[in-house]
Design a protein around this ligand. Structure first.
Ligand SMILES: [Zn+2]
Length: 251
């Protein structure tokens, strides 16, 4: 059996990532210097279990496999609870080097660290109702990718999302939403329009449309786009099943 990614392994790769941050600081958006941690394309690396502790660079593809492995443990109940020790807390107190940025819903049943079986210092997490976006939220996501150089950005929606259900029911009835719920409603309107009239469940179709539209929006973010284009970071959509606990990254 393979072993989980240990703090020492993550730290090795992360030190290299921080080296890139320092080296690239003089260039436009930190892009002048080639990042050492991404010098080897992901597809040129040998196939390797995502959790193998060999200290290799953390590419977007490898981080995706680490999250997939963690989610598999969550689905099957064979959790390892990595990086949830006092030693880990003390290690990251001096600095954080998360594996990924996760932008997801506030729903209490979908906590990213748990559904990916990760621990302290592993994930940057941004959560809003139905992962609705605005300038402050997008700034937080940009921070996760550019300043902490997380190689993977996951946009995760979920089954039977309450915020999406609220938006669909309100918009179907032609009603307004009170106070700042109007902002949530307005942010979900494009997904509602995109999913309107599609066969199947309207709420689920809207959840999936919201994931796809958010991925597309973030792919074209002026700060994130160069990272995506050069393969240093990747934006991926994900759908979480409340029924099974499984995360589908196929969106
Ligand atoms: Zn939700």
């Amino acid at each position: 059996m393979s072993e989980p990614v240990e703090p020492s392994q993550v730290s090795r790769a992360s030190r290299t990532r921080r080296s890139f941050l320092a080296a690239g600081a003089a260039g436009a958006a930190g892009l002048a210097a080639a990042p050492l941690w991404a010098a080897t394309p992901a597809d040129a690396l040998p196939a390797l279990d995502a959790d193998a502790a060999d200290g290799r660079p953390l590419t977007p593809d490898r981080v995706l496999r680490i999250l997939e492995d963690g989610n598999r443990r969550w689905v099957t109940g064979r959790l390892r609870h990595p990086n949830q020790t006092v030693a880990r807390r003390e290690e990251v107190a001096a600095g954080q080097h998360p594996l990924a940025t996760v932008f997801s819903c506030i729903d209490s049943r979908v906590p990213p660290e748990i559904v990916f079986d990760r621990g302290v210092g592993d994930l940057f997490v941004v959560r809003t109702a139905a992962q609705t976006n605005d300038g402050l939220v997008q700034g937080a996501v940009e921070y996760g990718v550019e300043e902490s150089l997380t190689p993977l950005l996951v946009v995760m929606g979920h089954q039977r999302c309450g915020a999406v259900t609220f938006a669909v029911e309100t918009l179907n009835a032609g009603e307004e939403a009170p106070a700042h719920l109007k902002d949530v409603l307005d942010a979900l309107r494009p997904a509602y329009e995109a999913a309107k009239g599609l066969p199947g469940d309207q709420v689920d179709n809207t959840v999936r449309a919201q994931i796809r539209l958010t991925v597309r929006q973030l792919e074209h973010d002026p700060i994130l786009e160069p990272f995506e284009r050069t393969g240093r970071a990747h934006v991926v959509g994900a759908y979480y099943s409340l029924d099974t606990g499984a995360v589908d990254f196929c969106l």
